[in-house]
Design a protein around this ligand. Structure first.
Ligand SMILES: [Zn+2]
Length: 318
C-alpha cells in the first residue's frame, strides 16, 4: 500500500456517519496538526499536554452535535499541581486549550486527569458547560474520579443525557483518534429487502462491542470509509463528507480590556504608571496585548461612570 498522506489518512478531519442497520449514528475524528497548533505556545509537562489533547478531541466531538452557535467548555478543577485544565470547542469545530500548572512541580508522564488536578478525588471536579451565543448556559458538575478522560466522559454522558452516548479516545504519540456514538430512537419500520429487522437493543450492543474492539488495539489511520466499513462490519454505514477540525482562539482586545477592568484600577494603574503600559498574554494562544496607560485610565473612568448609574451596586460594595 502506498504511503498515505495526512489528509487521506483523515488527520484533522471529522466525519459524521450513521448506520442503516442499527439505531446508531456517530462522529469520528483524528487530531494531529490542530493539536500541535493549540499547544505550540505552551511548554506543558507531557501528562498535562496529553490530557489537554484528549479533552480537546472530546470537546470537539461534543461540539459537533451542537444545533446552534455555542461553545462546549470542559474544565477539570482542583487544588493540586494543575488547578485548572480548560478546553473550549465550538460548533465550527474549532477548539482551544489551556492549563494552569503550578511552578516547580514534578509531574509523572502517566498521571491521570484526576491526579493532576488534586491529591484526592474529593477535591477534584469536572465541569461540562454548553454556552450558546444566545440563550441560557447549561452546566453540569461531577466529581472527578481516577481513570481516563474517555472513561470520565462516558460516565458523565451516560448519567446526564437522555440518549445513550458513548465516547472512545486513543492516542498514537501526539495524535488522537476519537469516536462518539449516539443511540437513535427505535423506529418501527417495515422490514426492507436485504435488511434484517434486528432487535434494536441487540443491534446497539453489537455496535458498542465493535467500537470497543476497534479501540482495544493501537490506532491505524485508515481512510474513514474503509475504517468505518471494517469497524462496523455487518452494518450498512453511510458517511458525510469530512470537515476540518482546527485550533482557533477567540481572544480579542475587547475581551482583554474587560478582563483588565475586572482585575481593577487599584492593581492595574500602578503597573501602567511604572511602564507606561500594561502587557498581558492570552492564556490560550499566547498572543500578547499591550494596553497604554492613557487607554487604561479612560477604561477605568468609563467603568466608574457606569457604576455611578447603578448606586445600589456600588453602595453594597462600600
Ligand atoms: Zn488567544
Amino acid at each position: 500500500m502506498a504511503t498515505m498522506d495526512r489528509h487521506t489518512a483523515g488527520f484533522d478531519q471529522l466525519v459524521r456517519f450513521w448506520l442503516e442497520t442499527a439505531p446508531a449514528r456517530g462522529v469520528v475524528a483524528r487530531f494531529d496538526a490542530s493539536l500541535a497548533a493549540a499547544l505550540e505556545h505552551h511548554d506543558y509537562p507531557p501528562a498535562v499536554a496529553q490530557r489537554l489533547r484528549e479533552l480537546s478531541a472530546a470537546a470537539t466531538l461534543l461540539a459537533s452535535n451542537l444545533k446552534q452557535p455555542a461553545q462546549v467548555i470542559l474544565q477539570a478543577q482542583g487544588s493540586g499541581d494543575v488547578p485548572l485544565l480548560c478546553v473550549e470547542a465550538t460548533e465550527k469545530l474549532s477548539f482551544r486549550a489551556y492549563a494552569n500548572v503550578r511552578e516547580g512541580v514534578q509531574i509523572d508522564a502517566e498521571t491521570d486527569l484526576a491526579s493532576l488536578v488534586a491529591a484526592t478525588a474529593a477535591d477534584a471536579r469536572f465541569v461540562l458547560s454548553i454556552a450558546p451565543e444566545q440563550g441560557q448556559m447549561y452546566q453540569g458538575i461531577v466529581a472527578l474520579r481516577g481513570g481516563t478522560v474517555a472513561d470520565l466522559l462516558a460516565d458523565y454522558l451516560s448519567n446526564s443525557q437522555q440518549t445513550q452516548t458513548r465516547l472512545w479516545l486513543r492516542a498514537d504519540g501526539e495524535a488522537i483518534e476519537a469516536l462518539l456514538l449516539e443511540r437513535l430512537p427505535d423506529v418501527q419500520s417495515a422490514p426492507r429487502a436485504g435488511v434484517e429487522n434486528a432487535d434494536p437493543d441487540a443491534a446497539w450492543d453489537q455496535v458498542i462491542a465493535q467500537a470497543e474492539a476497534t479501540f482495544a488495539v493501537p490506532f491505524m489511520p485508515f481512510p474513514y470509509a474503509q475504517w468505518l466499513g471494517f469497524t462496523f462490519a455487518d452494518h450498512d454505514v453511510r458517511m458525510d463528507t469530512a470537515q476540518p477540525v482546527h485550533f482557533a482562539c477567540a481572544c480579542t482586545m475587547e475581551r482583554v480590556l474587560n478582563a483588565l477592568k475586572l482585575v481593577g484600577e487599584a492593581e492595574i494603574m500602578p503597573l501602567a504608571a511604572e511602564n507606561g503600559h500594561v502587557e498581558t498574554r492570552c492564556e490560550f494562544c499566547g498572543k500578547r496585548y499591550t494596553v497604554g496607560a492613557r487607554e487604561l485610565s479612560s477604561l477605568f473612568t468609563a467603568a466608574e461612570q457606569h457604576d455611578g448609574t447603578h448606586p445600589p451596586t456600588s453602595s453594597t460594595l462600600q
